[in-house]
Ligand binder design. Structure first.
Ligand code: SF4
Length: 202
């Protein structure tokens, strides 16, 4: 009588591993393009570089339908609250790529009007260096993000979410108490964080 070999038909794994596998291969990008890096991004999405290979060709210009925010260009202090709002409207889980030196650190714009790195206002998962980064660099950044997603745990992600939304609650409370605009509150929070040496408001 032939024996039953469970090895042939049963596969065991962890929930985190299956969920992360699905997540990393179905990223939906939201381009937040403000300057020249966005042009390079267009090239990455076109046929020569074929970003579709990564299952990430479905561009969505609504934060509610995307999970990979690509910040492509210089972000001014006035744009910081808008970036925070866009990020907060994206469905969880979500990830952020700072593309180019402007988004990563303010780049050569060491001025009062430029945000010195988007990680001051939103969590960044991968920084892509360059001015502008070539499409290959952006693809490499996306592959690094995929590696990172593979190693995530559901518990770790929950802590990540809670930290950001606690900062949004602080922002709203400050705005209500002081009667300031969104932009003024975020600017104050960024300046206060700089004085504390932390630099990040979330
Ligand atoms: S990093 Fe360079 S190419 Fe990209 S937005 Fe800044 S100045 Fe433009």
């Amino acid at each position: 009588m032939t024996g039953i070999h469970l090895d042939d038909s049963v596969m065991t794994t962890r929930l985190d591993a299956v969920v992360n596998w699905a997540r990393k291969n179905s990223l939906w990008p939201l381009p937040f393009g403000t300057a020249c890096c966005a042009i390079e991004f267009m090239s990455m999405m076109a046929s020569r570089y074929d970003f579709s290979r990564f299952g990430a060709e479905a561009l969505r210009f609504s934060p509610r339908q995307s999970d990979m925010l690509l910040v492509l260009g210089t972000i001014t202090n006035k744009q910081a609250p808008i970036l925070r709002q866009v990020y907060s409207q994206m469905a969880e889980p979500k990830w952020v790529l700072a593309v180019g030196v402007c988004a990563s650190s303010g780049g050569m714009y060491r001025t009062y009007s430029t945000l010195q790195g988007i990680d001051r206002v939103v969590p960044v998962d991968v920084y892509v260096p360059g001015c502008p980064p070539r499409p290959e660099s952006m693809i490499y950044g996306a592959m690094k993000l995929q590696e990172k997603i593979t190693q995530e745990t559901l518990k770790g992600r929950r802590e990540h979410i809670e930290r950001f939304y606690a900062s949004m609650a602080r922002q709203e409370a400050l705005q209500e108490a002081r009667g300031l605009s969104n932009h003024q509150v975020v600017r104050e929070m960024v300046l206060a964080a700089g004085e504390n040496g932390d630099q990040r408001i979330w």
